[in-house]
Write a protein that binds this ligand. Structure first.
Ligand code: 3H9
Length: 690
């Protein structure tokens, strides 16, 4: 019928197959022939049942996100689902791969859903800053109950076929050729005869809803939304499904969808969706990747252990090397403990734990790294130590093995030069805890070979990381910008702000925590050690460290922590210390607004990002956004610092940076030429790499 849709017959069962690679999104060129085909089949008396299936790797993975923000071309998804519900003969969605968003909503328009055992089903729209706009919020609760629907829609997390079967979302689960099973299922259902009730008319489960329990759960979810509008709207829409007649609830869903899809938050989240995929693309498509079968990790401390777990979780055997037998046993013990915690939380089975632990081989002998295809050094942050390790690796690693360093700051060109094979050397900068945090900065050194880089990007995806390729500079993209963000924090304290006031400005902005909460969590001694190594000082933080106040781990840092507590309380001693230091420096405190805090911390962050683009350290502004959202908690609803700069108004940012530069003379405030250009053109294009 069209390139994107075929209709075939198996006896009296019609099979409609959507074929719109890569993910069978419901683009206009799918919707139009789909509508026509369904009308024809509804009217065709020789058809007893209709199976709706998809070609390729997945069922429909959603509406076509690239169409958002453009005028809707009819028929829209809602019209197709409404038509499906007028068909008296049985309609069956045959789901393999993922039925997501509009894909699941299409399937909810059918009388029945059957799924391949490995299929996943969900409504992930909330992750794009919207809510299901094709009737998902009103139909899903009718099949799985309002509370379950609420949880699925607000989290956006898909469920597997078995759970979908158990909850009533799918009617049968099959292994083997799904279309054949679906056709047999359809024929059997048609033979038994109707009437077949569309989902919209199944109200039994809704009547059983405990609204008080629903509202309690919704209130809890709203608290966790941290300023995001979509989760709140999702909850409201599911509640409407319970309290309003079907058509009214559907209309209310539509109104919420239209509002959200036009919001800055949704634009920001859609930007991030495409930015993450773009970041993984390298020039030179046909590069042959190196084969990676075994991974070596040097250092079994917090970082090395986490990296080793990330690879073991991704199915790779790992050789873990430590300098001493004791350190190795300690590291392996911590890894085992971490898996045990996952088992006790129910996120890992005993069997999976056993399998993962079986991936590890511990050693203290570099010769044991000879069979590794990738070796990652996660040792002490000291150039002499790194060079010694890379010298040893050069002697033992097999030809073509990728040699990576997890350094956060050091010059990787320098490290590469300590080997005879700089083409194989690059940075793999993981974020702590490395088995949890999504971000991986892949650092391309001057001589890194394109295939070593491409292999690393591919590998990142295989272990579930979001990869961003960056160039060499002090701190790469993330930590270099973090330094720019943090440089004013102490000044703000001395001028009259309190740690809680600054942290609150951050959490009100949407960050999970502010800079002082983050320092207390990470340990103040880390920054102290780094500053000492570089001959730098930070008067307040250094004094706290001298007093043994290292943050949460010592119960005292910028805040006071009750035994075992994660949230700190403001400490009058710290505030007195700050006032004392300010007096010593002759600084008279003044009232500082949240606006000033944001200007003096986040505008320099954006400014540093512009410099990074100018220098070609990042290839795209959107890469920087991916780094900050996945590695540092920049609020997703603001799309990352560079996207947010567009929302905030780049001209305003330049003007305020100039103001602060004039007042303080500090270089972080001197507007980057690219930022000024952005203020004029509205585009980040023009960086060295872009
Ligand atoms: C929705 O349905 C709204 C409705 O409720 C209301 C309507 C009225 N559209 O991720 P991958 C592209 S909202 C357009 O690398 P994987 C993607 O950009 C939607 N394009 O593959 C990439 O392009 P490129 C709700 C899309 O195997 C390519 O496909 N649904 C869409 O790792 C491959 O993607 C979702 O939010 C789309 N919907 O993962 C699901 N989806 O190659 C979104 C993908 O040029 N999608 N592309 O970079 C996913 O979660 C993953 O793509 C999926 C496959 C799990 C399906």
């Amino acid at each position: 019928m069209s390139d994107s849709l075929k209709v075939s017959r198996d006896g009296d069962v019609a099979i409609v197959t959507i074929d719109n690679p890569p993910v069978n999104a419901l683009s206009f060129h799918v919707r139009e022939p789909l509508m026509q085909a369904l009308v024809a089949l509804r009217n065709d008396a020789s058809v007893a049942a209709i199976v709706l299936a998809c070609a390729g790797r997945t069922f429909v993975a959603g509406a076509d996100i690239t169409e958002f923000g453009k005028p809707v071309q009819q028929p829209d998804l809602r019209a197709i689902v409404a038509l499906l519900e007028t068909i008296a003969k049985p309609t069956i969605a045959a789901i393999h791969g993922t039925a997501l968003g509009g894909g699941l909503e299409l399937a909810l328009g059918c009388h029945f859903r059957v799924a391949d055992a490995s299929a996943k089903l969900g409504l992930p729209e909330v992750k794009l800053g919207i809510l299901p706009g094709g009737g998902g919020t009103v139909r899903l609760p009718r099949l799985v109950g309002a509370l379950k629907a609420l949880k699925m829609i607000v989290s956006g997390t898909p469920i597997g076929a078995d759970e979908a079967h158990a909850t009533g979302l799918v009617d049968a689960v099959f292994e083997g050729d799904l279309t054949t099973h679906a056709v047999n299922f359809a024929r059997e259902i048609a033979r038994k005869g109707g009437p077949f009730t569309p989902v919209r008319d199944r109200n039994d489960l809704l009547r059983e809803t405990d609204l008080a329990a629903f509202d309690a759960e919704a209130a809890d979810l709203a608290r966790k939304a941290r300023g995001l509008e979509a989760p709140i709207a999702c909850a409201e829409a599911v509640r409407n499904a319970v309290t309003l007649p079907f058509d009214e609830a559907l209309a209310a869903e539509r109104a919420l969808f239209v509002k959200l899809v036009a919001s800055d938050q949704s634009r920001a989240q859609r930007h991030l969706f495409f930015a993450e995929r773009e970041a993984a693309k390298l020039p030179g498509k046909d590069i042959v990747k190196r084969r990676i079968a075994r991974v070596g990790v040097i250092g079994a401390g917090t970082m090395g252990g986490g990296i080793a777990m990330a690879f073991a979780n991704g199915g790779f055997p790992v050789t873990l090397l430590e300098a001493s037998h004791e350190a190795l046993q300690r590291g392996l013990g911590t890894i085992e403990k971490n898996y045990t915690v996952s088992v006790s939380r129910g996120s890992l089975s005993e069997e999976a734990k056993r399998q993962r632990l079986a991936q590890f081989k511990g050693t203290t002998d570099y010769a044991d790294l000879a069979d590794c295809d990738l070796i990652i050094e996660a040792a002490f942050e000291d150039m002499a130590v790194k060079k010694e390790i890379f010298g040893k690796l050069d002697a033992v690693a097999k030809a073509g093995a990728i040699l990576a360093t997890n350094t956060s700051y050091l010059d990787i060109n320098d490290i590469a030069a300590s080997t005879s094979r700089p083409q194989d050397v690059l940075g793999l900068h993981f974020f702590s805890p490395a088995n949890v945090m999504k971000l991986l900065e892949i650092v391309r050194a001057e001589k890194t070979a394109p295939d070593a880089l491409a292999t690393s990007v591919d590998l990142a995806r295989r272990i579930g990381k979001v990869a961003v390729v960056v160039g060499v500079c002090h701190g790469f993209v993330g930590n270099r910008m973090l330094a720019a963000r943090g440089s004013e924090s102490e000044a703000l304290l001395l001028e009259g702000a309190t740690p809680s006031q600054i942290d609150k400005a951050f959490t009100d902005f949407g960050w999970p925590m502010g800079p002082f909460q983050m320092s207390d969590l990470a340990g103040l001694d880390i920054g102290w050690r780094n500053r000492k190594a570089r001959g730098q000082t930070a008067v307040i933080a250094d004094t706290l460290c001298e007093q043994g106040r290292f943050g949460q781990k010592t119960g005292r840092g910028f805040y006071l922590y009750e035994a075992g507590a994660r949230a700190g309380a403001a400490d009058p001693e710290v505030e007195a210390l700050i006032r004392g230091k300010a007096a010593e420096q002759g600084i008279a405190p003044h009232a500082i607004s949240a606006e000033e805090i944001i200007e003096r911390t986040l505008y320099p962050l954006v400014n540093e990002g512009a410099k990074i683009l100018e220098e070609g350290i990042a290839a795209r502004a959107s890469d920087i956004d991916v780094v900050w959202v996945n590695g540092y908690g920049f609020p997703v609803g603001k799309g990352g610092p560079m996207f947010w700069a567009g929302l905030e108004g780049p001209a305003r940012i330049v003007e305020r940076l100039e103001y602060w530069h004039q007042r303080t003379g500090r270089p972080v405030f001197k507007p980057a030429p690219l930022l000024k250009r952005m203020a004029e053109t509205g585009s980040w294009d023009g960086g060295a790499a872009g």
